[in-house]
Design a binder for this molecule. Structure first.
Ligand code: F0G
Length: 351
């Protein structure tokens, strides 16, 4: 973040918290809206990246978590629980640590990126690796929170989505208008729901004259919204969006239908190709799931579904350092170089 006050202070009148609550913040929000010149050329539009990896724990989840943990703390809860493909668990455990609360995270065993696991461990969460997928973890977390004294901080907790609306407001505030098209990766579908509510609220209040069309993109192996039915065994390299039965299904469909938007799916190859393009051409290192928004943009531009000259925002949802293993995939063993300038020059093919 840009050292701002956090999203609750920045949007005090739009993000209500309980009277007298201690605000639990790590300075989230205020993330860059970065022009993407290479992508703009490629698709014939004015493309911006909303770089959510710049949040305190490296993903957009912090916007919702500051609100969820502030509410949980004000309600006197000592512990919170969440299911996660990795980023929610990193965020929940950080904000819980800040609040002096205990956190428990349920994650699908072997299916979350190493950086995210490292974060949950570092922030002191009780990490339970479940023999199941994210959808199983979410059901378990909901059951546990319903029966025991522990607060659920997944996006089924409605205050999470209130915080996540702030990204849409920041974009409108920065552009002085809403974009024509907004592209998002979609997993559990909370974020597309929140963005649409945010844009709709600004439209309703007369702060923008129009709202964007919402384009939601899923991985081909985990594309329930595109297929129109839950996926029993979701699979994709984009582990953050490896979700077969999105909790905010209805919210995502509303976002698409009210905005005149669309859903589509991308293969792992298309996602990884956009992932490499973002880091090597735009200098923006994101995790694979985040590149799904850009892979989707390239696809719709390629088949004529993007009006020329549109203003487009792609949210890139999480930092590339979250998933070092994918970044290093296929990296060959390299020969060590002796302490010798001519050897360096030879290795660089300068001579
Ligand atoms: N991008 C990243 C990096 C994510 O971590 C997620 C979701 C999404 C996109 C999709 O957002 O679920 O609101 O549609 N991660 C959740 C988690 C599932 O547990 O961290 P969504």
């Amino acid at each position: 973040s840009a050292g701002g006050p956090g999203i609750i202070a920045a949007y005090r009148d739009r993000v209500p918290v309980p009277e007298g609550a201690e605000v639990i913040t790590l300075g989230e929000g205020g993330t860059p809206l970065l022009p993407a010149p290479h992508l703009s050329d490629r698709v014939g539009a004015e493309v911006f990246l909303k770089v959510e990896g710049s949040n305190p724990t490296g993903s957009f989840k912090d916007r919702g978590m500051t609100v969820a943990i502030t509410h949980a703390k004000a309600a006197g809860m000592a512990a919170v629980i969440c299911a996660s493909t990795g980023n929610t668990s990193a965020s929940a455990s950080a904000y819980a640590a800040r609040a002096g609360m205990t956190s428990a995270v349920l994650i699908p065993r072997g299916k979350i990126a190493q950086g995210k696991l490292a974060q949950a461990v570092a922030y002191g969460a009780k990490v339970l690796q479940i023999e199941g997928n994210f959808d199983d973890c979410l059901e378990l977390a909901q059951k546990t929170a319903a029966e025991y004294p522990i607060g659920l901080v997944n996006s089924v907790n409605p205050v999470r989505l209130i915080g996540q609306k702030t990204a849409a407001w920041e974009i409108c505030d920065a552009l002085g208008r809403a974009p024509d098209v907004h592209c998002l990766p979609v997993g559990n579908a909370g974020n597309i729901t929140a963005y649409w509510r945010g844009y709709s609220e600004y439209l309703h209040d007369g702060l923008v004259a129009a709202a964007p069309r919402m384009f939601g993109f899923q991985a081909a192996g985990a594309a329930p919204l595109v297929l129109g039915a839950p996926v029993a065994n979701p699979e994709t390299v984009a582990t953050a969006i490896r979700v077969g039965s999105p909790a905010s299904w209805k919210g995502a469909v509303t976002a698409r239908d009210e905005s005149g938007g669309l859903f589509d799916k991308l293969t792992d190859e298309e996602i990884l190709s956009a992932y490499r393009l973002l880091s090597s051409r735009e200098g923006v290192f994101v995790e694979p799931s985040s590149a799904t928004s850009v892979a989707g943009l390239l696809k719709v531009a390629g088949d004529g579904r993007l009006p020329a000259g549109s203003t487009v925002v792609c949210t890139v949802t999480g930092h590339g350092l979250k998933d070092p293993d994918t970044a290093l995939l296929g990296l060959a063993e390299v020969e060590p170089v002796p302490v010798d300038a001519s050897a360096v020059a030879a290795a660089l093919e300068l001579a």
